[in-house]
Design a protein around this ligand. Structure first.
Ligand SMILES: Cc1cc2nc3c(=O)[nH]c(=O)nc-3n(C[C@H](O)[C@H](O)[C@H](O)COP(=O)(O)OP(=O)(O)OC[C@H]3O[C@@H](n4cnc5c(N)ncnc54)[C@H](O)[C@@H]3O)c2cc1C
Length: 400
């Protein structure tokens, strides 16, 4: 078993590290870099994205012929983790949710180069942003989209007419390209279908931007209403009834790239806390010399390492052509917890300063709370793992 990165991936990782340290991290200390939702201002983002592209650090998940870096999934893991040492890194390098997962799934499922030129290429080029539209207010689709989805797509000749309501749709206020999941039949396994639509298509609207603990992705998390949006059949993704399949194709890698980014943020929490305890004195010694303080840092370091191994293992399985479903679920549960713990320990060790906005810890702490909810709550992933265990028994842990 070889756990080392290829020389090319390592070289790229170091390039990302330098870019983030020299070009991106200085922006985090300037209040003028932030918009009102505590994310990087769009005007500054445009400027920084141009720099990232010029540095050859752009769209690591996309094929080279479409302007990306064509990395393997294990290569993504090294790249995304370095990018996410900064809270602005992933979006600047075009590997942030939801565009990241949307690009990956569109690259896999769009049936022709013409469709890819229309729906995918502008996202890769950074000319438009995108959104993934699945979750609905209760009693609609949440943890159980297959069983609960209420938004309807009714076939009328060569078009589908959409009616219903969605919510918590990341980026909807800035997105132009939307992937929508809606019900086309009551079939329990093949009842959903996925489509593309453009923001300028009539028959839908953003009802509101839902206020959250934040910090928010650009375009917020929004509630949407569909009242007669018409989608031509050629903008359907895969076949009618393949909506859940599309969701699985998207969410597997998208959950894992969350883990890659969250590990970068968790490591950053360690950095900030270490710097503080190395300098701060209390009761006649540096905080860093206290056994209890070292135990806290050692414990988080251990958990981050576990998360990295799980993430890399799932990435390696993807690279072997496996769907890695249970490996992704395990990594997602673990790394969501690690991010939360790293932020919490960071705040604790930095004392009152950790609670303030003088460090990034409170930003990361607030952001971390959604990690255990988005793209499948931890409890749902545990349910999935229990199903695998019931089916596989001791083979649950097989290396094959
Ligand atoms: C910041 C943010 C961004 C988001 N972005 C998007 C987006 O871009 N597009 C999109 O479609 N959705 C998005 N979502 C929605 C997200 O995917 C859902 O919140 C998630 O799937 C859970 O659905 P729900 O909120 O309806 O929770 P519910 O289904 O109502 O579940 C509530 C809680 O019940 C528990 N639970 C559920 N099922 C089980 C079970 N089987 N066993 C035990 N416990 C269980 C879990 O603790 C869960 O958190 C976003 C959410 C947030 C917070």
């Amino acid at each position: 078993m070889d756990f080392s990165l290829s020389p090319e991936t390592e070289e790229l990782r170091l390039k990302v590290r330098d870019f983030i340290a020299n070009e991106v991290m200085p922006l985090e200390t300037d209040p003028d870099s932030f918009n009102e939702y505590h994310n990087i201002k769009l005007s500054l983002l445009g400027e920084m994205r141009a720099k990232a592209r010029a540095a050859g650090l752009w769209a690591p998940q996309m094929p080279k012929e479409r302007g990306g870096l064509g990395l393997t999934v294990t290569g993504w893991a090294a790249f995304y983790e370095e990018a996410s040492r900064s809270i602005f890194g992933a979006v600047i390098l075009n590997c942030q949710a939801p565009d990241d997962g949307n690009m990956s799934v569109l690259n896999k499922v769009l049936a022709s180069d013409t469709l890819k030129d229309k729906w995918l290429q502008p996202i890769i080029d950074g000319d438009v942003r995108s959104a993934f539209v699945m979750t609905e207010p209760s009693p609609g689709s949440g943890s159980d989209p297959g069983g609960m989805m209420l938004t309807k797509a009714e076939r009328k000749n060569d078009r589908y007419v959409i009616s219903g309501r969605k919510w918590f749709i990341s980026g909807a206020q800035v997105a132009s390209h939307f992937i929508l999941c809606a019900r086309t039949s009551d079939d329990p396994r093949r009842g959903l279908t996925a489509f593309m639509f453009h923001k300028d298509d009539p028959g839908w609207r953003v009802v509101r931007r839902i206020p959250t603990m934040g910090p928010d992705e650009h375009g917020g998390t929004c509630e949407l209403e569909f009242d007669g949006l018409e989608i031509p059949i050629e903008h359907r993704l895969l076949e009618e009834g393949d909506g859940l399949r599309l969701t699985q194709i998207r969410l597997g890698p998208a959950r894992l790239t969350h883990c890659m980014r969250w590990l970068g943020l968790a490591k950053r929490c360690m950095e900030i806390a270490s710097e503080y305890v190395e300098a701060r004195e209390a009761f006649g010694s540096k905080l860093a010399e206290r056994e209890s303080v070292r135990m806290m840092l050692g414990d988080v370091a251990k958990d981050i390492h576990v998360g990295r191994l799980l993430t890399m293992h799932a990435a390696w399985k993807f690279d072997q052509g496996d769907k890695a479903q249970k490996e992704v679920s395990i990594a997602k549960i673990q790394v969501a917890d690690v991010l939360h713990k790293a932020a919490d320990v960071g705040v604790q060790l930095c004392g009152a300063k950790g609670y303030s906005t003088d460090t990034l810890l409170e930003w990361i702490y607030r952001y971390a709370r959604c990690a255990r909810l988005v793209d499948g709550a931890s409890e749902v992933h545990k349910m999935v793992l229990a199903r695998y265990y019931a089916k596989l028994g001791n083979d649950f842990w097989s290396w094959g």
